[in-house]
Structure formats: structure tokens, C-alpha cells
Design a protein around this ligand. Structure first.
Ligand SMILES: [Zn+2]
Length: 192
């Protein structure tokens, strides 16, 4: 079972990578993506969001307030309760959470080589126009559910935690079945 799960996760990570490559151009402010794999008792959730949805800007923080906002957002995202709520009958417990960002000047992503200087030449233009600076946050959560058969829905808290979040596209593989959903502040409940 463990092996099977690892395999699905690797495959899914591959899909996400392809998706991420193509989404660099298509990142739309207000919209985020959620990838969910639920296999046996293991629930994996990955959030990818433009920084705009979470902090209101995408450039490197320029003031102390902006830096605090970013740090605070990372802390918020590390707490799964601010992201989603699983049906209590399933008794899912968080095993691991990690948050990273491609925002410049934030320790999480210092290895990122993508320079976005305003006077930059052509190298970057396949991704962004030279004047615009974009960045994203991603967060991954792994949970283990005592009663996976009781997990019927996931209530997203992201819309109440982050008011600039307008729409979340969900891709999921639930016990082997693929699904897709679009959620918004009026419809934050994901049926599995
Ligand atoms: Zn952007």
C-alpha cells in the first residue's frame, strides 16, 4: 500500500510540475490551484497561489510591514486549520506541512535564480513582461485519517483566511478516481 501510494504521489508530482510550467504564464490574480490525492488513509493537499491572493503584492517586501505580512502569511499557511477543515468523523490528523514562496528576499526560496530587474533584457520575457514582477506561494500538507471512509468533504477555509482569494481550481485523485472542482467564497465546500 505504501509503495502504491508513493507511486501515485510521484506521478502526481510529475503532473503538477507540468502544470506549474504551463501555469507560469497563466497565473491569474485571485485564482489559486489545489491538488489533492487521497489514497487509503493518506491525504495529500498542495496549494499553489499567486502571492497577490495572500499578501496583496508579488514583489519582494520593501517595508517592515510588508515583510511582517509575508512572514505572518507563511505562519498562517503552516497551520492547516487556516486552509481547510476535514469532516471530523474521518479523524484526519496533520502529519506534515511545508510552505515555500518564489517571492524575492524571502528565506524560503533563496536558491531561486529568477531575476526580474526592470531593465532586464530578453531572457525573461517568455515568462513575464519585464515590468511585472510575479511570485507564488506553495504549501503542501500531508494528513493521515483514522477513518478514511468517513471523509466525504473538505471545507476550504482559505477564502475566509485570505480575502483576496476569489477562486480555487481543484484537481483531485480520490481513492483512485480523478475529479475536478471549482470553489469560491460562496461555495467553499469540496465534495469528495
Ligand atoms: Zn502575479
Amino acid at each position: 500500500m505504501k509503495y502504491c501510494f508513493a507511486y501515485i504521489f510521484i506521478f502526481f508530482t510529475f503532473l503538477i510540475e507540468c502544470y506549474a510550467q504551463s501555469s507560469l504564464e497563466a497565473h491569474i490574480h485571485g485564482e489559486a490551484k489545489l491538488n489533492i490525492v487521497f489514497e487509503g488513509p493518506e491525504l495529500l493537499i498542495e496549494l499553489k497561489s499567486p502571492s497577490y491572493n495572500l499578501v496583496g503584492f508579488e514583489h519582494a517586501p520593501k517595508t517592515k510591514n510588508q515583510l511582517e505580512l509575508v512572514e505572518n502569511t507563511i505562519s498562517l499557511l503552516k497551520n492547516f486549520k487556516n486552509v481547510a477543515d476535514t469532516s471530523s468523523e474521518a479523524n484526519c490528523k496533520i502529519a506534515d506541512a511545508s510552505v515555500s514562496t518564489s517571492m524575492r528576499g524571502i528565506h524560503e526560496d533563496e536558491h531561486h535564480e529568477d531575476e526580474h530587474h526592470e531593465d532586464e533584457h530578453h531572457e525573461d520575457e517568455h515568462q513575464h513582461s519585464a515590468k511585472e514582477i510575479h511570485s507564488e506561494f506553495s504549501a503542501t500538507y500531508s494528513l493521515r485519517c483514522d477513518k478514511p471512509e468517513n471523509l466525504k468533504s473538505i471545507q476550504l477555509e482559505l477564502f475566509s483566511t485570505f480575502e483576496l482569494m476569489e477562486e480555487i481550481a481543484v484537481q483531485m485523485i480520490i481513492q483512485g478516481k480523478q475529479g475536478f472542482a471549482e470553489l469560491n467564497p460562496d461555495n467553499p465546500n469540496l465534495k469528495l
